[in-house]
Ligand binder design. Structure first.
Ligand code: FE2
Ligand code: FE2
Length: 269
């Protein structure tokens, strides 16, 4: 039996674009066939560092990313690139959820391996679209905000689940429907179709975040709404923007009180 933690680590460390995606798909398939598991006697995780990344895209402060419209073909490609970058990061975020937090139930690891595999597929779809537009992943600058939140929450699986899936990934639920409408209006049905697949599947990713956030809260006797409010105030001021997609978030496990917490925190930001 192979160690799932070693597999996760190998995917995190991979620097090449193709290598990270191919390893993710191979290790996820092996896990689903029952060929890897988390060893009972696993030592603690190594401290978090930067995962393996290709030399491009260059990572810059979000302020230095040019704002482009959808209208020009260059703008469209830059937009597809920005979503592809999120998906590429999401592969690492999912593997880090597997690798970093020890002693979780088997379903936790199964959730995050499946999500890593989904993210690799999302990235591949978008990269194909980017190539059809005459570009490739790496052609535009990008930011490192997703991984930074991963580092900030590396000390506690509860904080990680609250802030990475339920704040950062969940942002996709809020903004993607509007992007799909704009792409359809421009006649870009290919990109719109990919975003529809992604939107549908991301609900399940955020729902996994909700499930494991609650699991941690229950185990520690913490009220999830009070804790979620406190974490939003502590970490999420700069990244929380309404309006929120209430329907998709409710489907992804947000209670009415948590939705109210989000709206309060966004209004206070
Ligand atoms: Fe995704
Ligand atoms: Fe996701």
């Amino acid at each position: 039996m192979r160690s799932l933690l070693d597999a996760a680590r190998e995917c995190l460390d991979a620097t090449g674009i193709d290598a990270k995606i191919a390893l993710t798909q191979r290790h996820a398939a092996a896990f689903l066939r029952g060929e890897s598991a988390v060893p009972a006697d696993a030592p603690p995780a190594d401290p978090i560092g930067m995962p393996g990344r290709p030399p491009r895209p260059a990572l810059v402060h979000p302020r230095h990313l040019p704002r482009r419209g959808f209208g020009s073909s260059e703008g469209r490609a830059a937009f597809v690139h920005s979503i592809a970058h999120i998906e590429f990061n999401a592969v690492d975020l999912a593997w880090d959820a597997v690798y970093r937090f020890r002693g979780m139930p088997g379903e936790y690891y199964a959730d995050w391996v499946r999500i890593a595999d989904d993210e690799a597929r999302h990235f591949t779809l978008l990269r194909g679209r980017l190539q059809a537009l005459g570009h490739d992943y790496g052609d535009f600058d990008a930011h490192n905000g997703l991984w930074e939140m991963c580092e900030k929450t590396a000390h506690d699986g509860l904080d990680r689940m609250a802030l990475v899936p339920r704040v950062l990934e969940a942002r996709g639920l809020d903004v993607t429907p509007g992007m799909i409408s704009r792409l359809r209006a421009l006649g870009d049905d290919d990109t719109a179709g990919i975003l529809e697949v992604i939107l549908r599947e991301e609900v399940a990713h955020v729902a996994a975040g909700s499930r494991w956030f609650r699991w941690h809260c229950e185990r520690r006797g913490i009220d999830p709404v009070t804790k979620f409010r406190a974490l939003l105030a502590e970490y999420a001021r700069a990244v929380l923007h309404g309006p929120f997609n209430i329907e998709a978030r409710a489907a992804a496990g947000f209670s009415d009180d948590e939705l109210a917490a989000l709206m309060d925190a966004a209004a206070a930001a």
